[in-house]
Design a protein around this ligand. Structure first.
Ligand code: ADP
Length: 275
């Protein structure tokens, strides 16, 4: 199973820096987003600071995944402003042809964002090792040997030593998802987005993936935003919970408080339906 000591494998903070206030990783200001006539994010504002582990909970269709996809640059808001690591990524000023610095700044920022999806999305035609090394080699210019060495360490960290030569199709869903996590970490993200990463798994495979996420969460300074329906996991493993309803955050607070003593009626109803 996962190795708790991931020192050196993923980014860690600088202990000599003052603890408060941590810089912002994500800021949404009055963000709205519709899909056709449906308003999915409704004037949403939120801030997540560096190193925070945040669970996004709430009923299906309340806009949680859309938030992650906007942070990752996979969706564009209709209104509002989005900043990642203090860099405005929306509205996105298209670069003028003679001056590409805007685009470069944005690209540089987005390179520090990693995302893991519900359906793993591994490259089916590549073995496990190549799935993990492809990004660092192609988009980071990391040497093949260095990328391979790091991938093997990450595989060990997610409890999959010896699986480097396997094909994704020959792995269980839980194993594929752990490869997907290793692949995201290989890009050395500062912000990790986890979108219902256990929802597509058979129940007996959920625990092995959550254990890996807990190890990462507890032993790194990564900022983590995760959409999850695993309330008991969230209660034990994240700092903060954002409760979504109809495209707005209706409750925001420490995990123990929101999940155990919710103040908002909508949160209480939601929790009593899912737990
Ligand atoms: P949640 O993660 O809380 O379940 P989502 O952010 O996935 O909510 O979606 C909110 C609503 O937006 C849902 O009704 C969903 O069907 C709709 N939606 C999401 N993405 C798209 C899309 N690309 N095109 C059309 N509708 C979408």
């Amino acid at each position: 199973m996962a190795q708790p000591d991931i020192n050196g494998l993923i980014r860690r903070g600088d202990a000599s820096r003052p603890a408060e206030p941590k810089p912002e990783s994500v800021r949404f200001q009055a963000v709205s987003k519709s899909f056709s006539t449906r308003l999915v994010l409704d004037d949403l504002s939120l801030t997540v600071r560096t190193g925070e582990k945040v669970a996004l909970i709430g009923p299906s269709g309340s806009g949680k995944t859309t938030v992650l996809r906007i942070v990752a640059g996979l969706e564009e808001p209709d209104a509002g402003q989005v900043a990642v690591f203090g860099q405005q990524v929306w509205p996105y000023r298209r670069p003028r042809p003679w001056r590409r610095s805007d685009a470069r700044d944005r690209d540089r920022t987005m390179r520090h964002v990693g995302m893991v999806f519900q359906h793993f999305n591994l490259f089916p035609h590549m073995r496990v090792l190549a799935n993990i090394t492809e990004g660092p080699i192609r988009s980071r210019g990391i040497g093949r040997e260095a990328a391979r060495a790091k991938a093997l360490e990450l595989l060990e960290m997610v409890g999959l030593s010896g699986f480097d030569d396997a094909w994704p199709a020959n792995l269980s869903g839980g194993q594929q998802q752990r490869v997907a996590i290793a692949r995201a970490l290989a890009m050395e993200p500062r912000l990790l987005l986890l979108d219902e990463v256990t929802s597509a798994l058979d129940p007996e495979l959920v625990g092995e993936v959550l254990a890996v996420i807990r190890d990462i969460s507890q032993s790194s300074d990564l900022t983590i935003l995760m959409v999850t329906h695993e309330m008991s996991f969230a209660a034990r493993s994240v700092d903060r919970v954002l409760m979504f309803d109809e495209g707005q955050v209706v409750e925001d607070g420490p995990a123990a408080q929101v999940l155990r003593e919710p103040t908002h009626e909508r949160t209480r109803r939601f929790l009593s339906a899912v737990v």
